[in-house]
Design a protein around this ligand. Structure first.
Ligand SMILES: [Ca+2]
Ligand SMILES: [Ca+2]
Length: 303
């Protein structure tokens, strides 16, 4: 049965707390634990191939995956990257475990980068493990033949907190995100794409700080979208409250409708028909005749 991991976000006082809103987790990557991976997710323990195998390549048959599933390859770093130097590495970090630069597009392992090896590790109860080069002091990069949604591994032995990270990359070489170690000893470092979709084409295990006395990986887990539990963010939903801003849909039902008054009809100042024009001309002529008659009556007889 699929389990759902819950992440509850803190809520501000400006929000009411009447309800929760479950939404898919967003963001580049999210940390996940070992138990988030289903039983049918991929698992590589490095006991499947002979000790001292260099840059092992695991087909689904090697790790018990489904035919046609993901092939997993290992190497030092990706094409486009390089080993760090004293200028680019964090102070105190082993330069062989520190990687600089972004992978180029179409993510691929750099076959000229330092190799990785299956070796014994007396500090790890699940030995054998996979080490970078030099042994227990080199970065490790992992390439998946098809994108996965989540990946994780047992890293260690950690003598420092926060000095080692796993970084996920997309098929185009884009950096998706990273999580650091938070514990000493052997710790599971896992991440899933923010929306739980298959976005992860590669993973890099490298130093981001000073990690003394060596480091290696074991028990690599990887899963497609249906093989891992994706964290779901639970955020408080805003509480609907009365507001000083009127809601148009409410005010329209509360206030009487306003009937728009038509403007007062104007009396036409010019006739609108030929009959009107004729009447005016006729009255004008009649007035002229009356005035002419009066003038004749009032005028003295020249005789
Ligand atoms: Ca092992
Ligand atoms: Ca160590």
């Amino acid at each position: 049965m699929k389990k759902i991991s819950l992440v509850i976000l803190g809520c501000g006082i400006s929000y009411g707390f009447l309800g929760f809103l479950a939404i898919p987790a967003q963001g580049a990557v999210l940390r996940v634990g070992e138990t988030s991976f289903h039983a049918d997710a991929g698992l590589i323990t490095f006991s499947e191939l002979p000790l001292y195998t260099a840059n092992p390549v695991y087909t689904p048959r090697n790790y018990g995956g489904l035919t046609g599933g993901t092939t997993v390859s290992f190497g030092g770093f990706f094409l486009g990257q390089a080993l760090g130097n004293v200028q680019t590495c964090p102070a105190g970090a082993a330069l062989t475990g520190c990687i600089q630069g972004n992978p180029s597009g179409n993510l691929a392992l750099d076959q000229n980068s330092p190799k990785t090896f299956i070796v014994r590790d007396i500090d790890n109860p699940s030995s054998p493990v996979l080490s970078g080069f030099p042994i227990f002091n080199g970065a490790i990069s992992i390439l998946f033949s098809e994108n996965v949604a989540a990946v994780g591994l047992d890293g260690g032995y950690f003598n420092t907190v926060g000095a080692t990270a796993i970084t996920a990359f997309g098929r185009d070489g884009r950096r998706l995100g990273a999580v650091n170690n938070t514990a000493l000893g052997i710790e599971f470092l896992g991440l899933v794409s923010g929306d739980g979709s298959n976005q992860i084409a590669g993973l890099q295990f490298s130093l981001v700080g000073p990690e003394p006395a060596g480091f290696a990986i074991d028990n690599l887990r990887f899963g497609r979208a249906n093989q891992v539990d994706v964290p779901v963010i639970i955020s408080p939903s805003p509480t609907p409250t009365l507001s000083s801003t009127p809601n148009p849909s409410l005010t329209s039902s509360l206030n009487p409708p306003v009937i728009e008054e038509k403007p007062e009809q104007e009396i036409p100042t010019v006739p609108e028909s030929s009959m009107g024009w004729g009447l005016i001309v006729g009255l004008g002529f009649l007035k002229f005749l009356v005035q002419l008659k009066n003038k004749l009556v009032m005028s003295p007889d020249p005789d």
